[in-house]
Design a protein around this ligand. Structure first.
Ligand code: KIV
Ligand code: ZN
Length: 515
């Protein structure tokens, strides 16, 4: 690979997914992983395989389907972690084990309770174990930017000698500033023996809002892999945003003189896809993919733009896949227009999925005059929480006075796939409370809500409402999401999705224990 090529390592499914509000189910992770491969990402970090059986299953599933990109699994410098990572990626077309240990005195003393010598020995032992199981091994020196530089070089040399092929130098806590982080790469390049045989990588967090600037400084100083996430999601303030790094390199070729393999026209669709999957919204003014990123409001700017777009636009929206116009579809729109719009929004639907989506679209277009992008995203993702069972809601009735001091009543009917059918009523402080209580009584699921949100996903009086529900139960977060023109129905279905995911997980654990 030539010196001017920068590898894009995406950690949306690992560092991104572990941040609050961004967790995804395995099917959701699979959708995103395929989108990332299609985007042209060089390495997809699919997860931390040893974290739980679910995480392992998700990494394995991703490794089994992704073509074209390397699939990496994260592992601490521990035998069990490394063996789990190796097993999870063994079927990948291009597998990688990514192992890490902290090298700052602070972390070694207080977190690891290990001496410098012990950490060096652990690196040698575990990187060679990883290398015996996989040809492609990345080593990360966690908290590298706060590590003693001479010791960091020793740690890197130990990893290179043990067979690491990529060396990552993370700014784990987002403490570094660009000139300093760039100088760290220059220092490692100059002092670490064997460094010319490996790829140097950056991994930056955004605690001071410098993650992208630091990543670019690393590239200027020899990094040829950057670790980043879509929309910059990640631990605390997030990781470096992929779309910002890639577009900086592409917009300023004279300055950076490097290229990536990213199909930039897919950046916006993938960003939308991630928002739709996680419900984690982005700021309107977010660079590259925010709603206002290509909007010109002031008269002076508009005047300049009409004369020559480059007066106020350094990239064109088409370069990153932002649709020029927000086309509105209606009941006379055909399948081709629908398929086109789905594609622009990041959803490549196969024939069967498009047929189902077309039926749902026609049904919605009959109820609503205009169908907006938000409505289509809801259709593409499946909008009713009971689709996968085992419980299904067959009827919802609400009665009674609403308002202060009132106790409205919900009456629901539900069926279970094992043949049970239940009719249940409940009173609540409000209609949503009454509905959720009725579902709880009917199914026996009793866990407190940790989050409940309702929002409009398009515009107009007949806009559809999206409900999102989060419940913490038995050590895990369960998310439900549903869309309907009736927000109470959406809320009930979103809550039901939580109940169903919880029950399916119990069934899965019972089957695994019996096997
Ligand atoms: O921030 C960090 O240091 C990490 C490592 C595991 C690479 O995420
Ligand atoms: Zn990180």
């Amino acid at each position: 690979m030539s010196e001017d090529f920068v590898r894009i390592f995406d950690t949306t499914l690992r560092d991104g997914e572990q941040s609050p509000g961004c967790s995804m189910t395995t099917p959701q992770k699979l959708i995103l992983a395929q989108q990332l491969a299609d985007l042209g990402v060089d390495v997809i970090e699919a997860g931390f395989a040893a974290a739980s059986p679910d995480d392992f299953a998700a990494v394995k599933a991703i490794a089994g389907v992704v073509k074209g990109s390397t699939v990496a699994a994260l592992a601490r410098c521990q035998q069990h972690d490394i063996e789990r990572a190796a097993a999870a990626v063994e079927n990948a077309e291009k597998p990688r084990i990514h192992t890490f240990i902290a090298t700052s005195d602070l972390h070694m003393e207080h977190k690891l309770r290990m001496s410098r010598e012990q950490v060096l020995a652990s690196i040698a032992q575990h990187v060679s174990l990883a290398r015996s199981l996989c040809e492609d091994v990345e080593f990360s020196a966690e908290d590298a930017s706060r590590s003693d530089q001479e010791f960091l070089v020793k740690a890197i040399e130990a990893a290179i000698q043990a067979g690491a092929t990529t060396i990552n130098i993370p700014d784990t806590v987002g403490y570094a500033v660009p000139a300093e982080y760039g100088a760290l790469f220059a220092y490692v390049k100059q002092h670490a023996r064997g460094v010319e045989n490996v790829i140097l990588s950056s991994h930056c967090h955004d605690d001071l809002g410098l993650a992208v600037a630091n990543s670019l400084a690393a590239i200027e100083n020899g990094a040829r892999q950057v670790e980043c996430t879509i929309n910059g999601i990640g631990e605390r303030a997030g990781n470096a945003a992929m779309e910002e790094i890639v577009m900086a390199l592409r917009t300023r070729p004279g300055f950076y003189g490097v290229q990536t393999r990213i199909r930039t026209q897919r950046l916006y669709p993938v960003s939308r896809q991630l928002v739709a999957l996680t419900g984690s919204q982005i700021a309107r003014n977010k660079a590259i993919v925010g709603e206002n990123a290509f909007a010109h409001e002031s008269g002076i700017h508009q005047h300049g733009m009409l004369r020559n777009r480059s007066t106020y636009e350094i990239m064109s929206p088409e370069d990153v896949g932002v649709p020029r116009s927000s086309l509105v579809l209606g009941k006379h729109s055909g399948r081709a227009a629908l398929a086109d719009r789905f594609k622009a929004l990041g959803h490549e639907l196969d024939e069967e999925a498009l047929n189902r989506a077309f039926v749902a679209f026609k049904d919605l277009a009959d109820r609503k005059k205009e169908v907006f992008d938000g409505d289509l995203e809801a259709i593409a993702l499946g909008s009713s929480g009971d689709e996968t069972g085992p419980w299904r809601l067959t009827s919802i009735q609400l009665g009674g006075r609403i308002g202060q001091g009132a106790s409205p009543e919900a009456v629901i009917e539900m069926v279970h796939e094992d043949g049970r059918s239940v009719r249940q009523n409940a009173l609540g402080d409000g209609p949503v409370h009454a509905l959720f209580s009725a579902i709880e009584f009917a199914t026996g699921f009793h866990y407190g809500l940790s989050d409940y949100q309702v929002r409009s996903i398009s515009t107009g009086e007949d806009a559809q409402g999206e409900a999102r529900v989060k419940v913490h139960a038995e050590g895990r977060d369960y998310h439900g999401r549903a869309v309907s023109t009736d927000v109470l129905e959406a809320s009930a279905l979103a809550f039901l999705e939580v109940v169903n995911s919880f029950e399916r997980r119990r069934q899965f654990l019972a089957q695994s224990a019996a096997a």
